[in-house]
Ligand binder design. Sequence first.
Ligand SMILES: Cc1ncc(C[n+]2csc(CCOP(=O)(O)OP(=O)(O)O)c2C)c(N)n1
Ligand SMILES: CC(=O)[C@@H](O)[C@H](O)COP(=O)(O)O
Ligand SMILES: [Mg+2]
Length: 636
Amino acid sequence: MTLLKQIDSPTDLRKLDRNQLPQLAREIRENIVDVVSKNGGHLASSLGVVELTIAIHYVFDVPFDKVIWDVGHQAYAHKLLTGRRDAFPTLRTRGGLSGFPKVSESPYDAFTTGHSSTSVSAGYGISCAREIKGEDGKIISVIGDGSLTGGIAYEGLNQSGPSNRNHLVILNDNEMSIAKNVGALSSFLSRTFSAKYLQDLKGEFKKVVKALPKVGDDIYQFAKKTEESFKAFVTPGMLFEAFKFEYFGPIDGHNLEHLIDILENIKKLNKPVLLHVMSKKGKGYAPAEANPVYFHGVSAFEKKTGASMKARAKTPSYTDVFGQSMVEFAKTDKRIVAVTAAMPEGTGLSEFSNTFPDRFFDVGIAEQHGVTFAAGMATEGLKPVVAIYSTFLQRAYDQILHDVCLDRHPVIFAVDRGGIVGEDGPTHHGLFDLSYLRPLPNMVIMAPADENELRRMMKTALDHDGPIAIRYPRGAGEGVAVDKNAASLPVGRGELVREGSDVLLLSIGTTLSKCLEAAERLSAQGIEAAVINARFVKPLDRDLIVSWAEKTGHVVTVEEHMKAGGFGSAILELLASEGLCNISTALVGVEDHFVEHGSRDELCKLQGISTEGVIKTTRRLLGQTNNVTTLAQDGR
Ligand SMILES: Cc1ncc(C[n+]2csc(CCOP(=O)(O)OP(=O)(O)O)c2C)c(N)n1
Ligand SMILES: CC(=O)[C@@H](O)[C@H](O)COP(=O)(O)O
Ligand SMILES: [Mg+2]
């Protein structure tokens, strides 16, 4: 029997001898590689914290003690050690384990995560609550060096440190975000403090002190004190000690003996402590160690070689078309600059960054800063293109409103992963963007029906003088050829794609193909549906939509988005403002609930955002079904 098989909870782990733990670490790694090679997932980050996870559960008593995994993409070993070993093969599949810590999944998950940099604030909140309730327990926030580029982490440190509460922050530093980590912090953390380097600096320092004018005892006292704490001044500890955390490290994140010893000592300290751990992303699996960027989040692969098992995509993704078009447009339009928040690969900007390094800005996990930074560049006549996933752009709402829209700065938002993203689940679906962007004055919102339209919308955005967003989904395009010379689109104009007299199907974005298929099948059932590709959520093509709504008398709106506040809501507002309340309407979209994880296709079908779902909703609207299911149940 393997060691992992004996562990149903951390209590079983604590029964093992220390010398058995390296074997356990090997088994955990094998298990993770095995499952992720089939299901896909966040491999490199999880492999990098196997020893740290064992040490935490060996020393602390979770769930009495609490551990909060920042982002949570590295929590696979934690899942294996906390009663989820047998369910682990279901990772990221529908109905199976989530790819992230999830409070509803396990009492060992103290806080649901997925978006980065929240662990310090949440941990501090828990430590305060414990104190108010008169309860003990160590609260542990585990945060990566990439996540430490997010401003909220400092807001948490700033409050937690001076409070002197029992809060342990473990900085897992692998010198990587998804890509290479960026900014002053990363170079500060990764400075190598060789003895010679310290000695040289110390020599320099002494020279400076000697050269200072002797104005009394004070300068001597000051200089002496400073020299004594010289090490603290030039090590990463300086930063955290300024936040009033006692700093330990850096220590080797793969040395179980050291990790356990230091955690046992830290356990006795009832105050804010920061432990700096150095680890290697992908540790123990050669392909992931060699290519941690690729193996950060990976689809199914061959275990032996690490080669991808994903069928080669027949068509480029929307992200590919965006990235390629950016490079092409930027060759002739010198105003274009690109901004990403730690996702150069994910947003398709890698080639742009290589071709135009001076016009490419990775701001780190700092969506708020990225948007305001872009607004600043726009004030000087540049055309910033801010490429951020829909779900992460939620972070920058006030910046979009206050710093971009208020003064109508021409910032282009490339809102990638709009819609259901699939296996990452509710923390990552981009289902709210239309609702949160729509109320903002001056904002134009587009969503392409296919990849050629994406290209045209990019041109439209570059020609437009004001804030403008293009929202497109994760994954492969429709297989439509991209015409590099295609013209831009008139702002606020949709297109009638199919005529029909019985009902109007109003589509936004990539649901168009589903609507067209539904229209064909409805026609075979004797229902003639007109289909409009709205293209713009804001401004809406009032004349086109109203005239066809009046002609047919029945409207079904279709979007891969929440119903609340989205495209369908915009159409209801339009019809109401035109006094057309006699037109019967139905909305296809997501009801008022979070969508769980699973494949994109199966989740879309479950939400009724499918050809079948459109047909059912249309038939019911027209009274052509005996089906008494409610709208919410429809298609699910
Ligand atoms: C707000 C937000 N922006 C972007 C991301 C995407 N993202 C997930 S993990 C990650 C890198 C995190 O780096 P680090 O914390 O160092 O963890 P590592 O993967 O190196 O273990 C990024 C950018 C996110 N989850 N949340
Ligand atoms: C953990 C995280 O937030 C990212 O790694 C995210 O999972 C990337 O998503 P994509 O796979 O869609 O790029
Ligand atoms: Mg990292």
